[in-house]
Design a protein around this ligand. Structure first.
Ligand code: SF4
Ligand code: SF4
Length: 102
């Protein structure tokens, strides 16, 4: 797809397939709806592993392998322009929270 292709300008998605930290986890998918992204950078500010970055006026995926699927970007985006699939199972999130308190 070329940059002039309207479809490629609307959505950007990337799915991790290798080097993912846990073998039993499905790879993260970061889906960015570029048409809705206003380029505020809030999601980037909240992404600790720096899996996403600003590229000009819109957010862009750096590496899905860095994504921990914390979904902070999704929660903080005021325009619902970024989405993470699949979500982290609740038990895994609870385990992470327990580990972070130690
Ligand atoms: S928070 Fe939402 S609108 Fe702002 S840069 Fe990120 S995806 Fe775009
Ligand atoms: S889910 Fe978390 S680690 Fe992945 S891109 Fe969003 S903020 Fe970054």
């Amino acid at each position: 797809m070329s940059p002039s292709d309207p479809v490629s300008q609307e959505k950007q998605a990337s799915t991790g397939s290798k080097n993912h930290k846990k073998k039993d986890q499905p790879p993260a998918e970061i889906v960015i709806n570029i048409a809705w992204c206003k380029g505020c950078g809030i999601c980037v500010d909240f992404c600790k592993p720096q899996a996403i970055e600003m590229q000009g006026p819109v957010v862009s995926i750096v590496s899905v392998d860095k994504c921990t699927r914390c979904r902070m970007c999704e929660a903080m985006c005021p325009d619902f322009a970024i989405e993470i699939d699949p979500p982290v199972p609740m038990e895994e999130m609870a385990q992470k929270a327990r580990e972070s308190r130690r």
